[in-house]
Design a protein around this ligand. Structure first.
Ligand code: DX5
Ligand code: ZN
Length: 227
């Protein structure tokens, strides 16, 4: 089963509620929520107040991607704000196992995020505690960047580790440069959850509430070709 997770980073923030409702009505599964702090990454976005504001709009999972350092202090705030999944970068936490535990204690699913140059050895002793593994196919900080093909090898390697662990319900998510024309190849490499910002929110005319139907249907039809 494949899940599409539009990144609201590329949405029109002047009407964020509508942007979320429209993309879900067009068939998106999960809302990907990028949190940047101008410290861990060179950009600044949205925090728990915005998460809390959008929570009543949907029962769909809110997938909070923390690009912040430190991590732990902000975790309970996002849990209270209604996040379902909280993911963080291992380089941003001094105690990765503790941060995973904290996220779960707060009632959320825990994810670990791998930058293009972050080694998969971070998975060695904690894989079975994770609910989600997120492979970055761009360097974090901005939407609209080009997909880095090495991410496909990384996905294959993580998929093998998940299979070997027997914990097959771990989600394997890809983030960065995902488009209609590469989503099938990414799925074949092992991803089951696809973040896409500019490819979805860049589609169509702003005035059309159904402008995301076409791009989401095109992504689904590409995914349907993958066994
Ligand atoms: C980048 C963010 C992504 C971003 C993806 O740091 O984590 O979620 O929004 O945007 P696109 O799909 O445009 O590459
Ligand atoms: Zn993201």
């Amino acid at each position: 089963m494949f899940r599409i997770a539009p990144s609201i980073l590329s949405a029109n923030f002047a009407k964020l509620g509508e942007e979320i409702t429209n993309v879900l009505d067009s068939g998106a599964d999960i809302i990907h929520f990028d949190v940047m702090d101008n410290h861990y990454v060179p950009n600044l976005t949205i925090g728990p107040l915005v998460c809390e504001a959008i929570r009543p709009l949907t029962k769909a999972m809110i997938d909070v991607h923390l690009m912040v350092e430190p991590v732990d202090r902000i975790v309970p705030d996002f849990a209270k704000a209604g996040a379902n999944i909280i993911s963080f970068h291992p380089e941003a936490s001094n105690h990765i196992d503790r941060t995973i535990g904290l996220i779960k204690e707060q009632g959320c699913k825990a994810g670990l995020v791998f930058n293009p140059a972050t080694p998969l050895s971070y998975l060695d002793h904690i894989l079975d505690k994770l609910d989600l593994i997120l492979i970055m196919s761009v360097n974090p900080g901005f939407g609209g960047q080009k997909f880095i093909p090495e991410a496909l090898n990384k996905l294959r390697a993580v998929r093998q580790r998940i299979e070997a662990s027997g914990k097959k319900d771990i989600l394997l998510e890809i983030d960065g440069g995902v488009k209609v024309d590469n989503i099938a190849e990414i799925a074949r490499a092992g991803a089951d959850t696809f973040v896409a910002g500019s490819a979805i929110y860049g589609a169509g005319k702003d005035s059309d509430p159904h402008r995301y139907d076409t791009v989401l249907a095109a992504m689904r039809s590409e995914l349907a070709k993958v066994k």
